[in-house]
Design a protein around this ligand. Structure first.
Ligand code: ADP
Length: 237
């Protein structure tokens, strides 16, 4: 059996007017099912672009991505969207919650959008909400929640459909250490206990150390750890 996520020679260049900005210059790697991988590297190294490609949010100029046997390039837009909703949970640095909905509805909306209303697993809902310390906060709107609470709601939303893959782009970027720990422990829990494959972009070595391994990026390419000046192995635990 092949890798769960397989990226082959991915290239992506943004065009801004006449200027070409190469973001990915031929990235290849594999991720096995159940791995927790941290993607690290300086700002501008192409991490977010890689995530958009892995999540099927944008298309590569060349190369291809296969996720759980599906090659994004072979799917129609509708098929890609369906696969994304069912198989991938996204967490972003900015929480992207809907301001008019309370926390419970912000979480449940992901389930409704994915069309799995019939499969509501109340026990699972209660469990992740409990682990994220949100049980008492479910009737509050985002404006009534702290940043850390908002990110915990966003993480619950990402996990509610039990996605096979969780893609997290700087999920602790706006959080204090206590909230970072809750979010990272939840990602670890979903990886260890639910077998979800987790890819997490982070600048933070402490957060990166939650992964089983790291992919280091620089200038749109994958590089060896010693070529990543930001990485300080002494902070790993
Ligand atoms: P990272 O997530 O590591 O900061 P990005 O993938 O966001 O890296 O960016 C990689 C490169 O692509 C950078 O040079 C960035 O300026 C450029 N870039 C990213 N998004 C766009 C865009 N929408 N339009 C033009 N250039 C972009």
């Amino acid at each position: 059996m092949g890798a769960f996520i397989e990226a082959v020679e991915l290239c992506k260049t943004y065009r801004v007017g006449k200027v070409e900005v190469p973001a990915l210059r031929g990235i290849s790697f594999n991720v096995q099912k159940g791995e927790f991988v941290s993607v690290v590297g300086p700002s501008g190294s192409g991490k977010s672009t890689l995530f958009y490609l892995l999540g099927g949010l944008t298309r590569a100029d060349s190369g291809h991505v296969t996720v759980d046997g599906d090659d994004f390039a072979q799917l129609t837009d509708a098929e890609r969207t369906r696969m994304r909703k069912r198989k991938i949970g996204f967490v972003f640095q900015k929480f992207n919650l809907l301001p008019t909905l309370d926390a419970r509805s912000n979480i449940e909306i992901a389930r409704d959008i994915a069309g799995v209303n019939g499969n509501h697993d109340k026990e699972y809902f209660d469990k992740i909400v409990g682990l994220l310390g949100l049980t008492q906060r479910l009737h509050h709107r985002p404006s009534e929640l702290s940043g850390g609470e908002q990110q915990r709601v966003a993480l619950a939303r990402a996990l509610i459909n039990k996605p096979a893959i969780v893609l997290a782009d700087e999920p602790t970027g706006n959080l204090d250490s206590k909230n970072s720990e809750i979010v990272l422990n939840m990602l670890r829990h979903s990886n260890r206990e639910l077998g979800q494959t987790v890819l997490m972009i982070t600048h933070n070595p402490e957060a990166a150390s939650y992964g089983d391994r790291m992919i280091h990026m620089r200038d749109g390419q994958i590089v060896a750890p010693e070529q990543d000046p930001q990485w300080n192995p002494h902070t790993a635990h």
